[in-house]
Ligand binder design. Structure first.
Ligand code: XMP
Length: 322
């Protein structure tokens, strides 16, 4: 597999990039059809807008509701893109994802279960239903690097692992952002006219909240991390940071409530300063902010008795926990 040549944000002319990649997409798809899945993250939002500009109604965009997304996310994102002139169909795939994740605790097996459900099941069904030949997706260079290096199997990387999507899943994958890192994607998104609330949105991983549950991913445990995430995002939205998140741990600890023992759950907060996600360091949050997070999470999220803050850099940590 030839090495992908990085296109650095500072050296990129975003308008020229859009023009060239649009032409390439349009020529490749020809008079056929492509589909793509929008998750509301920066990369998938950017590729959706780029694809829409290049392909118009030759692109059909879906939001896969895998049950692992943040609070009210499918409806919010579909509404927002509708406002930008991009129709989005929400696909309910909650059952398929929770069935694939049942009993799985190993992080890489969890990622693999999500990958297989997306590509072999959900996307393959949509390809069949729509008659499309191509899946357009927002893979970026950092996803490829970490997967090839064996750090984390990012959910959207195949060819660089020697997997031919056509043979494995029955369709081709188009990745117009693969030479960019996050800062480059943001530049393209701004040039495409996406609102700042989208392109400066904190990153969110493809495996969604499943990347933030240590141990088995069940609807109940996702609901716990979803509530903690909503509080974390609410409290940290005005902080200057690359990304912030809440993680649900598997180990329980002894706590107390109303004078009684409560063997409860632990939430870990992470808040990162980074430019391109390759290296990151924790933001020095004030104790007032940390105390408020702990106070809100232990009162508003049922069963949580402990909140911690990660002070490790990446490396050796990674940004997500799974
Ligand atoms: P890590 O945890 O590897 O994350 O330090 C680096 C950046 O990538 C995001 N991330 C993912 N994005 N699919 C994605 O699209 C994935 O499987 C995935 N895993 C992590 C993570 O949120 C961070 O911004």
């Amino acid at each position: 597999m030839p090495k992908i040549e990085e296109l650095k944000a500072a050296e990129m002319d975003a308008d020229l990039f859009i023009e060239e990649e649009s032409k390439r997409l349009s020529d490749t798809v020809g008079d056929g059809l492509a589909i793509n899945a929008l998750s509301g993250g920066v990369d998938s939002s950017t590729v959706t807008m780029l694809g829409h500009k290049a392909l118009g109604n030759r692109l059909k965009t879906y939001f896969i509701d895998n049950g692992l997304m943040r609070k009210d996310e499918p409806q919010k994102i579909a509404r927002m893109f509708k406002g930008l002139g991009v129709p989005v169909e929400i696909v309910d795939a909650k059952k398929e994802f929770f069935a694939a994740l049942k009993g799985v605790t190993d992080p890489e097996e969890k990622r693999e279960a999500i990958t297989q459900t997306f590509y072999k099941k959900v996307f393959a069904d949509l390809i069949k239903k729509s008659g499309a030949k191509y899946l357009l997706q927002g893979t970026i260079l950092t996803d490829v690097d970490e997967t090839v290096a064996g750090i984390k199997r990012q959910h959207n990387v195949f060819e660089q692992l020697g997997i031919d999507p056509q043979k494995a899943f029955g369709y081709k994958i188009l990745e117009p952002l693969v030479r960019l890192r996050k800062d480059g994607v943001r530049k393209v998104a701004a040039a495409l006219g996406l609102p700042e609330s989208v392109y400066n949105r904190i990153p969110f991983p493809g495996p969604a909240l499943a990347a933030r549950v240590i141990g088995e991913v069940t609807p109940d445990r996702i609901e716990i991390v979803r509530l903690a995430t909503a509080i974390t995002e609410d409290e940290l939205s005005s902080i200057k940071a690359f990304q912030y998140l809440a993680i649900l741990h598997e180990d329980r600890v002894t706590g107390m409530r109303a004078g009684k023992r409560d063997f409860g759950m632990q939430i870990e907060i992470r808040c990162w300063d980074s430019i391109d996600a390759r290296h990151a360091k924790p933001v020095r949050l004030s104790y007032d902010v940390l105390e408020r997070l702990a106070q809100r999470i232990t009162t508003e999220v049922p069963g949580v008795v402990s909140v911690t803050y990660n002070v490790t850099t990446k490396p050796p940590s990674t940004i997500e926990a799974v």
